[in-house]
Design a binder for this molecule. Structure first.
Ligand SMILES: *[C@@H]1O[C@H](CO)[C@@H](O)[C@H](O)[C@H]1NC(C)=O
Ligand SMILES: *[C@@H]1O[C@H](CO)[C@@H](O)[C@H](O)[C@H]1NC(C)=O
Ligand SMILES: *[C@@H]1O[C@H](CO)[C@@H](O)[C@H](O)[C@H]1NC(C)=O
Ligand SMILES: *[C@@H]1O[C@H](CO)[C@@H](O)[C@H](O)[C@H]1NC(C)=O
Length: 226
């Protein structure tokens, strides 16, 4: 009787572990650090390899790029096309205020690229397969008007994922300035380049929790075998 109880308890624990631990591992392997910043690095590598000047990484632009994809999150077609046209005014009336961009420092957006994909792609693939995937986007990237760049990305629970690049011709540190260096931004989902908050922030505590859970599980198992 006792043995049977132990066994069913074991099976139950095992079941719980498989249900809870596995998704946690999958999630934690999904996104590391700040892939939006990695994409900015890849953009600059691509430009400098072509002897073009590098672009300044602007957190203000990055935060607005994240706002842009936040708004477009529901609008990825089956062909991975972002079917979304936010009004121009949204930049000054919604995105900038949400980010705490100081309005007098709002500069000129010289270009934007938006893309979506059913599944999450690593930064280098996001660059070549989502953002700069054709001649049109490549020539937009190489436009000499740009001096600054920002990248935002966000994903729904099981995809699709959205990426946005914004370019501007502003002067380093004097356009798209974030109030209080962005400390007040409530970044709940996704991530943006130049931010000190990594994408995976929300997942770290969950991973820690499951690690503890897993350790308990193993100790119980060992204890029983013993
Ligand atoms: C998203 O798609 C819906 C349905 O096609 C459309 O009504 C809406 O305007 C789109 N959102 C934006 C911000 O363009
Ligand atoms: C570069 O971008 C600027 C600002 O958006 C635009 O006016 C210009 O036509 C673009 N140049 C080329 C060569 O596409
Ligand atoms: C820059 O990126 C484009 C688009 O992915 C690619 O075709 C090109 O080879 C890259 N250039 C360099 C020098 O890496
Ligand atoms: C811009 O600001 C950063 C961080 O405050 C600083 O490290 C950098 O030197 C500044 N760049 C310019 C060109 O002022």
């Amino acid at each position: 009787m006792m043995k049977k109880n132990n066994l069913s308890c074991c099976v139950l624990l095992h079941f719980l572990c498989c249900c809870l631990l596995l998704p946690a591992l999958v999630l934690s392997h999904h996104i590391h650090g700040n892939p939006a910043s990695n994409i900015v690095d890849i953009i600059n590598k691509n430009l400098t390899d072509q002897k073009l000047p590098r672009l300044n990484d602007s957190p203000g632009l990055g935060c607005m790029a994240l706002q842009y994809v936040e708004l477009c999150k529901g609008n990825c077609t089956d062909n991975n096309v972002v079917n979304c046209k936010p009004p121009e005014d949204d930049f000054t009336e919604v995105f900038a205020p949400n980010c705490g961009v100081e309005l007098p420092t709002f500069g000129t957006i010289t270009g934007h690229i938006v893309g979506c994909q059913r599944k999450y792609l690593e930064p280098s693939l996001a660059f070549s397969e989502v953002l700069i995937k054709d001649e049109k986007s490549l020539s937009l990237l190489k436009n000499k008007s740009h001096t600054e760049v920002g990248v935002g990305l966000v994903g729904l629970h099981k995809g699709p994922f959205f990426w946005c690049v914004l370019f501007s011709n502003g002067k380093t540190n004097s356009t798209f300035v974030l109030e209080n260096h962005g400390a007040g931004i409530q970044q709940k989902k996704g991530c943006y380049s130049g931010s000190t908050t990594p994408c995976s922030r929300g997942q770290k505590s969950r991973v820690a929790f499951f690690n503890i859970f897993f350790m308990c599980y193993v100790s119980i198992l060992l204890f029983k075998l013993w």
